[in-house]
Design a protein around this ligand. Structure first.
Ligand SMILES: Nc1ncnc2c1ncn2[C@@H]1O[C@H](COP(=O)(O)OP(=O)(O)OP(=O)(O)O)[C@@H](O)[C@H]1O
Ligand SMILES: Nc1nc2c(ncn2[C@@H]2O[C@H](COP(=O)(O)O)[C@@H](O)[C@H]2O)c(=O)[nH]1
Length: 204
């Protein structure tokens, strides 16, 4: 085991099932990771808890956090701003925890520039009809917002080529198992494992 945790970035179009898959990853007990809670200017959906699902904030406070260098990345998505607070991610990784970011593609590419050692996974729907069906049946967004999210989904899907892995979310359990295989393989990649031996050799 490396002392420094693995950064796992999970992206994919709105409604593909990122949150559902993450929840199942936790329940499965196949993983040990900490979740990076994002900041957003979006209004909370029913049932969403401040500090757990997101840090809900105003546009002014969001801009202030950017100006003060407090964000690892940030992006505008449809009509709102979203971003990853830097300090908790740095701390969790330094403590050796794997950290999961669930973020859209533009933010993910900014993270890739800063933290190229992370593993970048793109969750795909079985097809676009199914994506629209999922986002509609979720019942959280007005028809106009769904249209905007679907338009953005097409742009995002074409950005999949910048990711390390594509995982199809046909059945949630299948997607979780695929992600488990990816994360396990990343843990035994030579650049991660060799660091432990470097340390051991230096100390002896
Ligand atoms: N494999 C699946 N099969 C069928 N329905 C699914 C599957 N995965 C997720 N869903 C459903 O699709 C809807 C959207 O899922 P979820 O909210 O997890 O998506 P998301 O990618 O996190 O969306 P957003 O980015 O907008 O937050 C939910 O109603 C969820 O129950
Ligand atoms: N670049 C970032 N994107 C983020 C972050 N947190 C969430 N997201 C993504 O935004 C869209 C919309 O989310 P929703 O909760 O309004 O449906 C979705 O793709 C999220 O993954 C973030 O910190 N940075």
């Amino acid at each position: 085991m490396s002392e420094k945790g693995l950064l796992i970035v999970l992206s994919g179009p709105s409604g593909v099932g990122k949150g559902t898959v993450r929840q199942k990853m936790v329940e499965s007990k196949l993983f040990e990771f900490q979740y990076s809670v994002s900041m957003t200017t979006r209004k909370p959906r029913p049932g969403e808890v401040d500090g757990e699902d997101y840090y809900f904030t105003t546009k002014d406070k969001f801009k202030e956090a950017i100006a003060n260098g407090k964000m690892l990345e940030h992006a505008q998505y449809v009509d709102n701003f979203y971003g990853t607070p830097l300090t908790p991610v740095k701390k969790m990784l330094a403590e050796g925890h794997d950290v999961l970011l669930e973020i859209e593609v533009n933010g993910a590419m900014k993270v890739r520039e800063k933290m190229p050692d992370g593993v970048f996974i793109f969750l795909t729907p079985p097809d676009l009809m199914e994506l629209k069906d999922r986002i509609t049946k979720r019942g959280t967004d007005a028809a106009a917002v769904i249209e905007k999210r679907m338009a953005q989904a097409k742009v995002e899907i074409m950005m999949m080529e910048n990711y390390d892995y594509a995982v199809v979310n046909d059945k949630v359990e299948n997607a979780v198992n695929r992600i488990k295989d990816i994360v396990s393989s990343e843990h035994v990649r030579v650049p991660r494992v060799i660091d432990n031996y470097r340390k051991m050799i230096k100390e002896n």
